[in-house]
Design a protein around this ligand. Structure first.
Ligand code: ATP
Ligand code: MG
Length: 329
């Protein structure tokens, strides 16, 4: 079977360099490997409180950034999760095949709920992986490009697919998470032991930041004692993160990046990292602006919803039939 590639991003805040390196940068290349479905995970964005206007603006921004990554919207299906009702319908079925125990072990749930009172934790935050599994299953996707933090959810989806296929016959496609070798987990510049995240924007580089702001943020990134530019996550998390950013942007290995900076002082090294990031993001930002102004995303999302509905409704029917729901054609 031909490859089906699926990935989603939540419109929860301003996109970061982590989202770019982990996922966006690679989306164009993926379109050469099979049919791609890229979506705006707006239903997932409701799992933590968000203002309606902010959610709408974030969704538009995300659509423009997806397009700015260079994908051809004629060959790629770009859509809003909420415009395909099959996601919610499959979720209603799948929630009966995943269990409280396994959902409570999800790192993302533990991280995001740890600072909240139990009475304020929405059910959707807890059952997030059920909806994510439904997103994946609906498109018979076998390749799921994600950052490292999402691998656990894809693994849970694999367990679910096994469970369903064992119970009802081979009706679902087995997905697999794919991470970048370098850059699957970009860390915060102010605390390099924490992931750079758009909903916890401390030490983030935002994709909309002006070059001068990006330079300032990188020049003041937390570094470590010592003076050697060396990759050592335990003892030099700050320098290791900057080396990772550099290597990922330049598409070289960490070893190659290390070699380039032998004998460099931290300040000169940071300057080179800032140059690399700015050179990469400037044309990307220009494309984003042009797409935002032309509003071409509107038609793309409309067409995307049609194609996504076509594929998703077929899978939904297949599952409904298999579990015993009476489907009247
Ligand atoms: P939030 O804080 O709302 O969870 P986020 O920045 O983690 O935001 P998501 O929408 O959850 O973004 O994730 C979108 C994609 O970006 C996922 O594939 C995720 O793994 C990837 N990603 C997120 N942060 C990073 C990071 N720091 N490094 C690499 N990839 C990342
Ligand atoms: Mg996240």
């Amino acid at each position: 079977m031909a490859n089906r590639i699926l990935t989603g991003i939540k419109p929860t805040g301003k996109l970061t360099l982590g989202n770019y390196i982990g996922v966006l940068k690679n989306l164009k290349r993926e379109t050469e490997r099979g049919e791609c479905f890229y979506f705006i995970a707006d239903l997932h964005a409701l799992t933590l409180p968000i203002e309606p206007e902010e959610l709408r603006q974030n969704s538009i921004d995300l659509a423009c950034f997806y397009l700015a990554s260079g994908i051809d919207p004629k060959k790629t299906t770009l859509f809003l999760q909420s415009s395909v009702s099959a996601h919610a319908e499959l979720n209603a079925i799948m929630q009966n095949y995943l269990y409280m125990g396994e959902l409570s072990r999800m790192t993302q749930f533990k991280d995001k709920s740890s600072k909240m009172k139990e009475s304020a934790i929405g059910l959707g935050l807890f059952s997030y992986p059920v909806l994510m599994a439904s997103d994946i299953i609906l498109y018979d996707a076998n390749i799921i490009p994600v950052g490292e933090d999402q691998v656990q959810h894809v693994e849970l989806t694999r367990d679910l697919v096994n469970r369903i296929n064992n119970r009802y016959g081979e009706i679902l496609t087995m997905p697999k998470a794919e991470m970048r070798k370098v850059g699957a987990r970009i860390m915060s510049l102010s605390d390099p032991t924490k992931k750079m995240s758009k909903s916890d924007p401390k030490g983030d580089i935002f994709l909309k930041d002006e070059p001068a702001v990006i330079r300032k943020k990188i020049m003041s990134a937390v570094t470590d004692s010592g003076s050697e530019v060396k990759y050592d996550v335990e003892n030099k998390p700050g320098i290791s993160n900057l080396l990772t950013i550099y290597a990922a942007i330049k598409e070289i290995s960490i070893e190659e990046a290390e070699k380039e900076f032998v004998g460099f002082r931290y300040g000169d090294f940071k300057k080179a990292v800032a140059d690399a990031v700015i050179n990469e993001l400037e044309p990307f930002q220009a494309r984003y602006k042009q797409i935002l102004e032309s509003k071409e995303y509107e038609n793309v999302l409309k067409q995307g919803a049609i194609r996504a509905n076509e594929v998703a409704s077929k899978t939904l029917k297949r599952v409904q039939k298999a579990v015993g729901l009476l489907t009247i054609e």
